[in-house]
Design a protein around this ligand. Sequence first.
Ligand code: ADP
Ligand code: MG
Length: 352
Amino acid sequence: MNRRGGLLLKMGLPLGLVALLGVAFLTGIFSKAPQVQTTTRMMMGTLVTLSLWNLPPEQAERVALHVFAEIARVEDKLSSHRPNTEVSHINQVPRGTWIPVSTELGQLLRRGLAVTQYSNGAFAMSLEPLTALWGFSSDRVVSQPPPATALRDWLQAYPPTNAIELQETEQHTLQIRLQSTSVGLDLGSIGKGYAIDRAIAVLRQDGVTDAVLNAGGDLRILGSKGGEPWRIGIQHPRQHDQVVAVSLLQGDIALATSGDYERFFLYEGKRYHHIMDPTTANPAYAGLISVSVQAAESTLADSLATAIFVLGPEKGLALLAHFPGCEALLITEEGKPIRTPGFVGEWLDKPF
Ligand code: ADP
Ligand code: MG
């Protein structure tokens, strides 16, 4: 199983920084390149890199502390595999019970549920029992699919609609109800995006105007690199040391990628990966191997990339049309790109 293969390139930083990144990761210290300062930490199951343009070292260090503290705070709320998060507490309550939910988590769920609705359930933040069966989000090495009987049992108890119900109480607080034992919160497809958005808000409060925050290929940029756009590589889904497209981005924009190469294993010649199709209880095979989405915010880019991956090109692009201002680059299993007109990026036409 390759859990975190090729992350350095997926991180999409200017190629000259890759070596420095490695150093920062190994030593865990703050490193300084000419004018771009990068700090990398292992968080949310991936490498998170903050790149700052041209700040005095003490300010850069302080900003980095704030950013990583905010990501840690979000992870402490949303993780489903840590015991004491809000999400884990909800997952421990018997099904069918209304449970109070914090405004922050409730609002995030609301945003995700819009994608669930428009994708007819293909995007589902309710798959924790299924992802636990497959084991991709655990630390154990997974090398074969779960027993077919276990998947069938899961499928039988998984509700076709309204797996997660969210409602406002008379006191204007929010509460949540999980419908069956096959339902549990897993925010793996949206939480990283949300953490990035929150951390970008912190950066802004600190007065930072030019930065890239990259969590294993899901990223958001601010401003520019001294007037030049930030150069972001999109990882080749089959050759981990290669990029397949390059986006020159500036301003305020998010980019997220979902692919079948991020967490997977091969079993009897078949690829099993971590993005599930709730209608089959198996990994989604809809003709795509990578989906990148550009949007104003990472929360939306992250959730749409996963949703489009599950839906495939036709339904996926129909879903995207519900979200004005969002653009996508899809890579089919034959290695062909499908892109919406506004997607910022150059396709490099590498062999597959
Ligand atoms: P990554 O975390 O590698 O960037 P994604 O954003 O696509 O990838 O999220 C995949 C994660 O989302 C899975 O590891 C799992 O936790 C969860 N997940 C799996 N299938 C679905 C789905 N159909 N809808 C929503 N979340 C899913
Ligand atoms: Mg996602």
